[in-house]
Write a protein that binds this ligand. Structure first.
Ligand SMILES: NC(=O)c1ccc[n+]([C@@H]2O[C@H](COP(=O)([O-])OP(=O)(O)OC[C@H]3O[C@@H](n4cnc5c(N)ncnc54)[C@H](OP(=O)(O)O)[C@@H]3O)[C@@H](O)[C@H]2O)c1
Length: 311
């Protein structure tokens, strides 16, 4: 393991895979309450635990707190240890460092725990400076409210500011959670992924199956529901050749699905993918990304096919 990784954050580098919990309670993007309900989310959680997944990512804003409450309920129903990550949303009315400690307190209440394993700043746009936010994060660790701290959607310079501000308090920056998939490789091109590795910051990949696109179930003729259709309107007609290659490589690895290939690709790149799942079937399929590896040659060919789409 990289010797820039601090002992406090080492556990996160040992986590290979996680479960995203935005879907738990979100009606706006994910249609929670229609196509799937609490029981489906519970089943997704249970199936993930059975598959050995021990890291769940939620946020105070997911389902307006519902995701955190559901996670709290599910945690009570299991004896398995689960690593919990949640997030602070820097709303414009949050103007002081105190607001972070207060928000974390409310997250802990909803989840029903005394401390979380990772507390992240959800996004960089905030009326509180990065330095002040990081001071509050260091305080949260000191108060025992979180084990480690991270950021999300921070670019390289924002991340470096956070890293340095925390370093002044002797606190390591544990992670940066950003969008990363075969259909979104900005962090490879702009150097963020490499910088994370260099600094020992765990890169957590959100939307690793590009919100369902990399499962191959959507196409220009059959777009995803809701606002995803508009967002991906111009991308969908181009992804056929990549999906074909993913099918081929999946077959060569004993019948792995496209979703499993997409997630395995993230792992092979050194990222920690946290796919969201609405039900047991999706969670079970996603967990099948573990226990095998794409070859270097397959990775290179997938990169080439993705480059041809993203150029
Ligand atoms: N920090 C941030 O700003 C941020 C932003 C976004 C997400 N996140 C985190 O990252 C997690 C994952 O990202 P994401 O939810 O945006 O995207 P994702 O994981 O790429 O896609 C999840 C969606 O894909 C579909 N799906 C998942 N597994 C499937 C399977 N095996 N077969 C078929 N369809 C499947 C489901 O939607 P359908 O069935 O409706 O297609 C599911 O809701 C979130 O839960 C959240 O924890 C963080």
């Amino acid at each position: 393991m990289n010797d820039t990784i601090s002992s406090e954050t080492r556990f996160l580098h040992a986590v290979e895979f996680g479960l995203g919990a935005w879907q738990w309670g979100d009606r706006l993007i994910w249609q929670y309450g229609q196509a799937y309900k609490d029981e489906d989310c519970r089943a997704a959680f249970e199936v993930s635990l059975e598959a050995g997944i021990r890291f769940v990512d939620t946020a105070e804003v997911y389902g307006n707190g519902r995701s955190e409450r559901m996670l709290g309920q599910f945690l009570k129903e299991t004896e398995q240890p689960v690593l919990v990550a949640t997030k602070f949303f820097p709303f414009p009315w949050r103007l002081t460092k105190k607001s972070l400690i207060k928000a974390l307190g409310r997250s802990l209440e909803r989840i029903g725990v005394e401390t979380v394993d990772l507390y992240q700043i959800h996004q960089p746009f905030s009326l509180i400076s990065i330095e002040n936010l990081m001071e509050a994060m260091a305080e949260a660790i000191k108060d025992g409210l979180t084990r480690t701290v991270g950021v999300s959607n921070y670019n390289q310079s924002q991340m470096l500011r956070a890293y340095s501000a925390l370093a002044r308090k002797d606190v390591p920056l544990a992670s940066n959670q950003v969008s990363y998939s075969l259909l979104n490789r900005a962090i490879e091109k702009d150097g963020l992924l490499a910088r994370c590795k260099e600094l020992g910051v765990r890169l957590i990949a959100y939307s690793p199956i590009e919100k369902g696109l990399l499962t191959g179930k959507y196409s220009a003729e059959n777009p995803p529901p809701g606002i995803r259709a508009q967002r991906y309107g111009s991308l969908l007609p181009k992804i056929g050749p990549l999906l074909k290659l993913m099918t081929q490589f999946g077959q060569e690895h004993g019948g792995k699905s496209k979703a499993q290939v997409a997630l395995n690709w993230c792992i092979c790149k050194g990222a920690l993918p946290i796919p969201g799942a609405k039900n047991a079937r999706q969670a079970e399929e996603n967990a099948g990304a573990l226990g095998w590896k794409l070859t270097e040659e397959e990775m290179a060919k997938l990169d080439e096919a993705s480059d041809a789409i993203l150029k």
